[in-house]
Design a protein around this ligand. Structure first.
Ligand code: UDP
Ligand code: MG
Length: 316
């Protein structure tokens, strides 16, 4: 098997058939085998029903992994990696925003340059608003400052890579997965190519501002301990400020005999230090919570049903 396409699907009922057709179109006459691995990430629409139809038809080799609930795209990608048998592996969305023709080009590039391990696509023209693109820019600036790995701005999960990269990614069996960070962490020679994201074929994006913010926090906490140091620095700074203030108050009293009426300043200071403490605890809590979840050693996903083309209808 030359290529495995890993396709996470969450409520993509109207897209999966069109996706397969587009893949078959793009790869017809390219002369190598490929398989499509669909991951049904706990969809609440007819996605699974349509995927089973596609599986039964087997217009090209198809595997379907169906989760017991929604585990998130990252878990879907992990499941796909586990079941991929291709020499090259490609991560691609089901909504046809990322064209399968680009995958064909990526495969050709890997064939032509044996020293390259990963071909990663980044979005060259953004169709999104100024506010969102400002936040995205800030995110990359912050994370690249704070963490030891360097993320390529705008790089997506849309990538094709060699099997060795897949093996390394599977070794990173962390519960909180952030694939941009995982790619940066495992290294390998990566070549970035621009692509233009098309309109969604059908349905709507599962991302909104808060989900993206959460994702950004996931990335920063997962790949840097700088926030912990930051809260320590803030603590040290306010301690120094408090001592300076204390000395000022004593001097005012002793030298100038000014009696400082303290009500307002005390309230302000109590509120300020109280909130600083909670802020610091919150940061620590983020890390402790992740440690807690990782030590429980729960599986990254639970597959309710796995359909593969060699062992028809095998259940798990
Ligand atoms: N997706 C998923 N699980 C989720 C959310 C999304 O498997 O919980 C899939 C979705 O079906 C699609 C891909 O991840 O194939 C990208 O999602 P989407 O198109 O909503 O993101 P966008 O393209 O807007 O960034
Ligand atoms: Mg999309």
């Amino acid at each position: 098997m030359k290529l495995s396409l890993i396709v996470p699907c969450y409520n993509e009922a109207e897209n999966v058939q069109a996706f397969q057709d587009a893949v078959i179109d793009a790869f017809s006459g390219c002369g190598y085998d490929y398989e499509i691995i669909f991951i049904n990430d706990g969809s609440r629409d007819a996605t699974l029903h349509n995927l089973k139809k596609i599986f039964r038809a087997q217009k090209c080799p198809v595997k379907v992994i169906s989760f017991s609930r929604n585990f998130g795209k990252e878990a879907g990608l992990y499941a796909g990696l586990e079941h991929a048998s291709g020499e090259y592996i490609s991560l691609i969305d089901a909504d046809l925003q990322q064209r399968p023709e680009i995958v064909r080009d990526m495969v050709r590039m890997l064939d032509e340059s044996p020293e390259t391990d990963v071909i990663a696509a980044y979005q060259d023209r953004r169709g999104e608003g100024k506010v969102l693109s400002f936040f995205k820019k800030s995110f990359y600036a912050i994370i690249n400052k704070l963490s030891k790995v360097t993320l390529q701005p705008d790089a997506s999960d849309f990538r094709t890579f060699r099997r060795s990269v897949r093996d390394s990614m599977l070794e990173m069996a962390e519960y909180h997965r952030f694939s941009k960070g995982i790619f940066a962490w495992v290294g390998y020679d990566t070549q970035f190519i621009p692509y233009t994201a098309c309109e969604r074929h059908a349905g709507s994006s599962k991302w909104n501002f808060w989900k993206l913010l959460n994702y950004a926090i996931e990335g920063i906490i997962g790949y840097s301990t700088a926030p912990l140091r930051f809260s320590a620095c803030v603590g040290a700074f306010t301690a120094v400020a408090a001592v300076i203030y204390l000395i000022t108050v004593i001097l005012q009293k002793l030298i100038w005999g000014i009696d400082v009426p303290g009500y307002a300043s005390i309230i302000v200071l109590i509120l300020f230090f109280g909130s600083m403490q909670l802020f610091g605890q919150g940061i620590i809590g983020e890390y402790v919570g992740r440690t807690f979840e990782q030590t429980k050693n729960r599986p990254i996903y639970i597959a309710k049903e796995i359909l593969t083309y060699d062992t028809e209808d095998s259940h798990e």
